[in-house]
Write a protein that binds this ligand. Structure first.
Ligand SMILES: NC(=O)c1ccc[n+]([C@@H]2O[C@H](COP(=O)([O-])OP(=O)(O)OC[C@H]3O[C@@H](n4cnc5c(N)ncnc54)[C@H](O)[C@@H]3O)[C@@H](O)[C@H]2O)c1
Length: 387
């Protein structure tokens, strides 16, 4: 029999996750403390399904069936029959703790309790449970209905059965699953940091303006969006907060140091598209600035950001955060990178990556640019990530 799924928090992520589960035929209980939010979620799910009907993905009859799979509840007690519950509420540890410990008194002993947190430790969330071997991180990407990647994060307390059932279930929803260690930023939010941080650094050094850096990354790297366009899209408030939290969580490792430029933009309310101004302005009729299409500068910018991204991807493998395959899948399926960073490193040559990093490290003398030990070892042995 199909598992009964619970989702707590009917906001951006929770309503998307509930829709995905309902589309896969599960009976879903979507809970929110705010009744207005439940009504908004219901309307949102209906609109989203309507678009899928227009695209021919579902019939109107199927839309009605999917909608009837979702039960909107305003009390945790409404989740008592669930086999797996995904929490997607506010990103505050004390609130998550109180919800998880209240939940444990309501659900069955083998109900899996998952969190969709982006930045909090799953071990810490689990510490509020008396039976903590059923806690796990199940991290969807926004929008959950569209983005294929889901990071699954077992905590130190999680048992093998919880991990296995979670992976099997989320795969059955058609998602691409990667398993990663309970470390700050998991895979994507850790490995992607230099895409923003190094671009900001290049700007701050006066090497190029926003438009030129964006052009360099799309032209030479084939990225769908340049870093400044992407930061404006995500929101500088949100993107800056993630960088700051990863920086703190890594005990202030200079690799993750946030940028004053982004901090000031965030402080000024220049969040990006949502406020009409970020690194660019979005008022109607505004002409976007032209990049300086100097091939030498463009290539230099792209190569500097790329080797920093590859160094970070290698560190995730070195520190056993995830496998080579999963690190590459995470970046291609979670943030649409044109290639997996480790496959990319093989293609351009690990020795070339190491040389570029050594040049930066010697020029700046900053720990931020130190080449990863695994990279050095692999170059010495003539190894590749994929044979
Ligand atoms: N937004 C993203 O891009 C994104 C991506 C991946 C993961 N996440 C994570 O998902 C979680 C939710 O993020 P979001 O963007 O959907 O937030 P949101 O603000 O859109 O929604 C949160 C919802 O939780 C409800 N809520 C808050 N406290 C509650 C409680 N105690 N009980 C029941 N409901 C409660 C709120 O009413 C709100 O509807 C966070 O942990 C966030 O880190 C967010």
């Amino acid at each position: 029999m199909s598992k009964v799924i619970g989702v707590i928090g009917a906001g951006t992520m929770g309503s998307g996750i509930a829709q995905v589960a309902a589309q896969c035929g599960h009976s879903v209980y979507l809970m929110d403390a705010n009744v207005d939010q439940l009504n908004r979620a219901k309307t949102g799910v209906s609109k989203s399904l309507e678009k899928l009907v227009e695209k021919g993905k579902f019939t109107s009859v199927q839309k009605t069936e999917i909608e009837s799979n979702i039960h909107y509840v305003a009390q945790l007690e409404g989740l008592s029959s669930c086999d797996l519950i995904i929490e997607a509420i506010v990103e505050k540890m004390e609130v998550k703790h109180s919800v998880f410990s209240a939940l444990e008194k309501i659900v069955s002993a083998d109900c899996i309790l998952a969190s969709n947190t982006s930045s909090l430790s799953i071990a810490s969330i689990g510490s509020s449970l008396s039976k903590a071997d059923r806690v796990i991180g199940i991290h969807f990407f926004n929008p959950a209905t569209i983005m294929p990647l889901v990071e699954i994060i077992p905590a130190v307390q999680t048992n093998a059965q919880t991990l296995e059932s979670s992976v099997e279930l989320i795969k059955s929803w058609g998602k691409t699953v990667v398993v990663c260690k309970d470390t700050p930023g998991f895979i994507v939010n850790r490995v992607a940091r230099p895409f923003y941080g190094e671009a900001l650094r290049i700007y701050e050094e006066g090497i190029a303006d926003f438009a030129t850096i964006d052009w360099a990354m799309t032209e030479f790297g084939g990225f769908k969006m340049g870093p400044f366009t992407l930061m404006d899209y995500i929101g500088n408030d949100v993107n800056y907060a993630v960088t700051e939290s990863v920086f703190q969580a890594f005990y202030y490792d200079p690799r993750f140091k946030p940028s004053f430029t982004q901090k000031r933009h965030s402080e000024a309310g220049f969040y990006g598209r949502k406020t009409g101004r970020g690194f660019y302005t979005y008022a109607e009729g505004t002409v976007f600035p032209e990049p300086n299409k100097d091939q030498i500068i463009g290539k230099m910018i792209f190569e500097r950001v790329l080797v920093m991204l590859i160094n970070e991807a290698i560190d995730a493998v070195f520190m056993q955060v995830a496998s080579v395959k999963d690190v590459d899948l995470a970046m291609t399926k979670g943030v649409n990178y044109p290639k997996g960073l480790l496959a990319w490193a093989d293609e351009i040559g690990l020795d070339w990556v190491l040389t570029k990093l050594n040049v930066l490290f010697h020029e700046y003398g900053e720990d931020r640019y130190r080449p990863n030990a695994l990279l050095k070892r692999m170059v010495e042995n003539g190894d590749k990530f994929y044979s």
